[in-house]
Design a protein around this ligand. Structure first.
Ligand code: ATP
Ligand code: MG
Length: 269
């Protein structure tokens, strides 16, 4: 069997802001091309810090992060720019520019990094809005004129505007109602299916993790010692896994595709 290509490789990663409370200690994790990997873990354990390091926005104390085999921290500005063009980042707080319209928020990367003209940017922004389930006319609105769920979706629209090969989502469903959560989980599944994007989804929402991802990694006690399929996680023996998903276990085990362990993923859509 052919192994899928590796997109990100995290090796021996260490990070501590305070030496007494290390976030990562010799942590290892691989992200394979085409997969959706959910990262779960307690609040404050370092998930957002990890994503920032993957984007080259923050440096680890030790260890390596390789993107397509190249160390993110040895890249020059041009290489870093090229990587960031291929990787869409959905921030934990939607991080939209409040003073810019939805159009300018979504079109920001295209304006900065491509030669696209106004018409192309408008078309692309509207297509992205439609993809995330928002009407095309909303391009002219400002972030303050959108609901929380709509802002989250504009954040995703902005992340996909440059047609990235890979998406990093930091808590894409935080603070949303159940309907919006389902909509965003389905969106992540569609992006994998339609753009063949590789995704890393940091989430507290177990339903999103178990339905949208094909692998789940638990960041626990500074390491990724538990990585497996949703079916493996739903019926895991290890205490840290059982403890972490306990509250959601009933709901998870009721998901149709998890009733029999080892069954394949749900159809996208
Ligand atoms: N720039 C920084 N300087 C100092 N400490 C920081 C910095 N960024 C994050 N931290 C600390 O690192 C720890 C991990 O933060 P992080 O945001 O990665 O947590 P998280 O796992 O994403 O949590 P949550 O699930 O609540 O989003 C926190 O204790 C935080 O205070
Ligand atoms: Mg976080």
């Amino acid at each position: 069997m052919q192994m899928p290509a590796t997109l990100f490789e995290l090796r021996g990663l260490c990070k501590a802001f305070d030496a007494d409370v290390p976030l990562l200690q010799d942590a290892n994790l691989t992200v394979y091309e085409g997969e959706t990997l959910a990262i779960i873990g307690e609040s404050g354990c370092g998930k957002s810090v990890l994503l920032k390091m993957m984007m080259g926005l923050m440096e680890p104390d030790a260890g390596e992060i390789l993107f397509r085999g190249k160390s993110v921290f040895e890249m020059d500005l041009e290489e870093l720019g090229a990587m960031r063009k291929q990787v869409g980042y959905v921030f934990q707080n939607d991080a939209l520019f409040d003073s810019m319209s939805v159009l300018d928020n979504i079109g920001y990367g295209m304006r900065e990094h491509t030669k696209a003209d106004d018409k192309e940017i408008l078309d692309r922004a509207q297509d992205c809005l439609e993809f995330v389930g928002l009407e095309r006319w909303r391009v002219k609105l400002y972030p303050a004129e959108l609901s929380g769920g709509q802002r989250k979706r504009v954040g995703i629209a902005r992340a996909i505007a440059m047609k990235p090969k890979m998406l990093l989502y930091d808590e894409p469903t935080q603070g949303l109602d159940p309907q919006s959560i389902t909509r965003i989980a389905n969106l992540i599944i569609r992006l994998r299916a339609e753009l063949r994007a590789t995704s890393v989804v940091v989430t507290h929402d177990m339903r999103t993790a178990f339905t949208a991802a094909n692998r789940i990694a638990l960041l626990h006690d500074t390491r990724f010692d538990y990585v497996g399929s949703p079916a493996q996680f739903a019926y895991h023996d290890a205490e840290p896994v059982k403890e972490f998903i306990a509250d959601a276990l009933e709901e998870i085990q009721e998901l149709p595709f998890l009733q029999a362990p080892g069954v394949t993923l749900p159809a996208p859509g």
